[in-house]
Design a protein around this ligand. Structure first.
Ligand code: HAM
Length: 388
């Protein structure tokens, strides 16, 4: 038997939660005036190399990359931001720094080692906001993420950090690298490699020994320039005023290279080791890095499969069951079905059944109202009706 590939899943049992999540998250995003954008699943490989970063695990180890029949080096998107940025530039919005607020959802592909909460094909719901450099846009985007999670009564911890800007980060990086060089022999192999390729990523190494060594590492939040510091304080003050609880996590650096200033993650303690349910931040240099005019931007993405176990939907009865008890009633039932489906959910059982068989099926389908046509109803052009 041919089975789905390792790390890829059919969404069947949870499909009602899945569609409900997308509907609700889209609705909340539209309340924030974000509009829907759809970008292709397949993009040129260099788009991700130049955005997510050559030194990131995603680009280094996890891309579904191949040469297509036209000889193009392409890759299944590992995340949504790069494609949305490409679309922003391709449609020339960068030329005038046109503000755009978009939301999207769809499959992403990363060739990771599958485990609970970590898939090779997974779905994200994300938002990207272009054209607004103010920290108030970061606050708006964090508020939007929290509103989506709150609408499903999901418990979470919000972690925030500031990754600084091109003014303050280089000095910090110098301090960090010289600290790491001193500790080099005590760090894991991955971290030793990262000191050269991507020193910030050493900070979020999961190895306990490395974390012990890093306790005295210089903290980026102690090395921010005046502007970044002011914004980071504003962010915290506003979150407090909005009653959004947060923790400052100076080791939160995110796994993608394009971030600056605000970085954040929502984590859940209820879903095991892969606890990040939403990650995002500001990426003011990305449009420019991809040869566009400089436009500031900020966004996030949520992992839908990680959220589904936390989503509860009330299993309320709704919809209409339409059934016939005599062959001759079929046309009348079909006409009613045509009329009702204009604005109702209707299940039309077109096989002739006894009343109790119809009722049993309506109950199983969790429908609320039953409408049946038997001989008498057909004669009188009425329906036998019952609420379940
Ligand atoms: P990310 O942190 O790589 O960020 O992914 C966002 C979310 O996708 C994670 O928090 C997690 O819930 C989910 N996720 C990631 N990998 C997997 C996996 N292998 N299996 C299941 N779920 C997974 C980004 O992708 C950025 N593009 C977010 C962003 C948007 N930043 C700015 N705008």
């Amino acid at each position: 038997m041919i089975k789905a590939l390792r790390g890829m899943k059919d969404i069947i049992e949870d499909s009602d939660k899945f569609t409900h999540f997308i509907k609700k998250a889209s609705e909340v995003s539209e309340n924030f005036c974000f509009e829907y954008i759809e970008t292709p699943l397949l993009e040129e490989t260099r788009l991700f190399k130049r955005s997510v970063g050559e030194s990131s695990d995603i680009v280094n180890k996890e891309m579904y990359q191949f040469t297509d029949k036209g000889g193009n080096d392409v890759c299944l998107r590992p995340e949504g931001t790069a494609g949305v940025v490409r679309a922003y530039m391709e449609h020339k919005f960068d030329k005038m720094a046109t503000p755009k607020q978009w939301y999207y959802y769809g499959p992403m592909f990363r060739y990771e080692r599958p485990q609970k909460g970590r898939l090779r094909e997974f779905h994200q719901f994300g938002v990207e906001s272009f054209g607004e450099a103010s920290v108030y846009e970061d606050i708006k985007v964090i508020l939007l993420a929290s509103k989506i999670l709150d609408s499903f009564k999901i418990n979470y911890t919000l972690k925030i950090n500031s990754l600084g800007c091109s003014e303050c980060r280089p000095t910090y990086m110098k301090d960090l690298v010289s600290f790491l060089e001193e500790k080099k022999d005590n760090l894991c192999e991955d971290c030793q490699r990262r000191i050269i390729q991507n020193p910030l990523r050493v900070l979020d190494c999961k190895n306990e020994n490395c974390q012990n060594e890093l306790q005295t590492a210089p903290k980026i939040t102690h090395n921010l320039c005046e502007n970044c510091n002011k914004d980071f304080e504003k962010l915290q003050n506003e979150l407090k005023k909005l009653n959004i609880e947060y923790e400052v996590d100076t080791n939160l650096v995110r796994g993608l290279d394009y971030y600056n200033k605000t970085a954040f993650e929502f984590v859940s303690t209820e879903i095991g080791a892969q606890s990040a349910i939403c990650g995002g931040g500001r990426y003011d240099k990305l449009v420019e890095m991809l040869d566009g005019k400089p436009v500031p931007a900020v966004g996030f993405a949520m992992g839908i499969e990680r959220l589904l176990p936390l989503v509860n939907i009330e299993n309320q009865r709704n919809g209409i069951y339409l059934g016939i008890m005599t062959e001759d009633a079929r046309d009348m039932a079909l006409a009613k079905f045509n009329e009702l489906t204009k604005d109702n959910k209707v299940y039309f059982e077109n096989r002739v059944r006894k009343l109790n068989q119809h009722l049993k099926k309506a109950d199983k389908l969790n429908l609320k109202k039953v409408m049946i046509i038997g001989e008498d109803e057909l004669k009188n052009e009425t329906f036998w009706e019952k609420e379940l």
